[in-house]
Design a protein. Structure first.
Length: 165
């Protein structure tokens, strides 16, 4: 399914552009965990966007309604030797604007990402979600994802390390 792609309820799913970065950052910061770690100076976000946009294995998409960005996600394809050299897809940073939550937009975006991963020849789709995001865990479970692994992180910068509860 190529982009741009019209979805239900006047939603257009399309490849993000640099002009979308402020709206995407706002979505990242308008979140129970993102409020403490995202927002502010756009320069680092614009640098990251340029790298994402230049890499054919990366795709940052936005969902738009009447010209306003109301959702986003990043899809990454990762080649590997495991699983007989299988290509896998990683879904990251799924966000839906507060006024659009609970209306099926997240389901449509993730559903599109799964189909796009299939189109790209991926053998599996993986994602992580913070342990504190119990609603997101239930959402992904309803989408068919299984909590098959325990994820681990090692923070290398000055970013505050989350407590695990």
């Amino acid at each position: 399914m190529t982009l741009p792609l019209p979805l239900d309820h006047g939603i257009l799913l399309r490849r993000a552009t640099a002009t979308d970065v402020p709206a995407v950052v706002q979505l990242l910061a308008d979140d129970q965990l993102g409020a403490a770690r995202d927002g502010g100076d756009l320069a680092p976000y614009l640098r990251s966007f340029a790298a994402i946009d230049a890499d054919p294995a990366q795709l940052l998409v936005v969902a738009e309604v009447d010209g306003a960005v109301v959702g986003t996600l990043q899809l990454t394809t990762i080649p590997g030797l495991a699983r007989r050299g299988a290509l896998r897809a990683q879904i990251e940073a799924v966000r839906v604007g507060a006024t659009r939550r609970g209306q099926g937009l997240g389901r449509m975006m993730v559903g599109w990402a799964i189909e796009e991963a299939r189109r790209r020849g991926c053998a599996l789709v993986q994602l992580t979600t913070d342990k504190r995001r119990t609603d997101a865990q239930r959402f992904y479970g309803r989408m068919g994802f299984v909590a098959s692994h325990e994820g681990m992180k090692l923070f290398l910068g000055t970013e505050e390390r989350p407590s695990v509860g």
